[in-house]
Design a binder for this molecule. Sequence first.
Ligand code: TNX
Length: 513
Amino acid sequence: AAAAITLLGTAGAAQAAPVKPKAVPYASVVPAPATVAQASSVFTLGSGARIAASGQAAPVGDYLAGALRPATGFALPVDKAFVAHAFDPIQLLVAPDPSLGDEGYQLTVNTNSVVLTANKPAGLFEGVQTLRQLLPASIDASTKQAGPWTIQGGRITDHPRFGYRGAMLDVSRHFFGVDTVKSYIDEIARYKVNTLHLHLSDDQGWRIQINSWPRLATYGGSTQVGGGAGGYYTQAQYKDIVAYAASRFITIIPEIDMPGHTNAALASYAELNCNGVAPPLYTGTDVGFSTLCVNKDITYKFLDDVIGELAAITPGPYIHIGGDESQSTTDADYKAFIPKVQAIVAKHGKIAIGWHDISKADLLPSTIGQYWDTTPTNAAVQAAAKKGTHFVLSPANLAYLDMKYTASTPLGQDWAGLIEAKDAYSWDPGKYLTGVSAANVNGVEGPLWTETITKLADIQYMAFPRLAELAELGWSQAATHNWTTFKTRLAAQGPRWKAQGVNFYASPQVPWA
Ligand code: TNX
């Protein structure tokens, strides 16, 4: 009863104040929710507030409390007992509601309560991201701020347009440690991104420990673009990343690129080369010069071992097999190779994803293509889609996070063009590919290749705002698509990134708040 009185007292005090505190409008949330009804009431989070989150909701309750404690300085205890805490002003509930799907949620804010319901815990997590954005931007600071911690009253009912909303980080061209990857996970989770694809191998470095082929990591991972020290994840570190991502409802997709982009592996084991000679390690930025030896049996023993070990530490359903830019593999070899690799992935209980180049080979019905080209028309992709193949869209001239924003962007590349803030938003994933229906599109992914990227601040600068824009294309219903309203919502993210210490590109196209 004491708790209830404290709470009502706090909320009541805010309500009785002559001027209502200004609260963040619902129209500031990125990605735009499906349905929004804003009311005139305002909730104020008081210092004695508690969060009710029992059963499946409990971990999300802990996550929410952890997100709100630093800036508020409040204790925010989480009540996990299976009882109705009518006096807890914030309530998280998992309750069967198929209309909300796997990731949808409903958020109802009244003067005295914030109630978040979802069909699944993932939906609660996505709803929590919305809730965080409805608090003042200073909620994202890591130290205690003044408040008041207002939330505009009303109701949001939300669910995603596409099930796959991804980011990719190339940890091969430059290696990034576990803490950097975790920071990126936290930042992408805010925009309801649910997949992180790790590009774990390329010509310049092999980044995952494989016990049966140890030199892949110890030698193949020993350098990077520019000749720096490189590095690799032990399997324990990889599992730690996977678990951290899972706690943010993000699935890790590990990629071993093949048959091209394999110099680091070929340098580590001479027997993988057709001529039996290991090439030197490579620290430049050319592509298309390496290939696995498609006609050697040991190649498939190697892939079975690597994919087997990776599958065993990857709870998610996918293994990415690369397949891009295999310019040193003959067409016939390529078409023979891809089906063999798909069979190995399937043998280890996983679904293969590959860059869309794999469309020219015979694909298993479950295999997914990732489209990276810069034109929407591709005959092999259309033919694969007609046979049922699904695609994730990452058109390089729209979704590549390593493309420069303008000619003067200090980082990145421009082979696919410049991608300013407006460009990143100005397309419809459901209608992009010629001759491929929206039903064959699983979603979108923003790849960040790292030839020119060496630290977290660089990752952030290239990713934001564009990844938040891509996340909106993946989550928000097509009917909400409107650059004029979107750029104002995007602008509201600026103070949040500042509070989070996230480096971002302050595009002149956006009216930053
Ligand atoms: C192309 S497009 C690549 C990568 C490079 C990137 C640089 C594709 C699937 N592969 O190997 O890092 O361009 O933008």
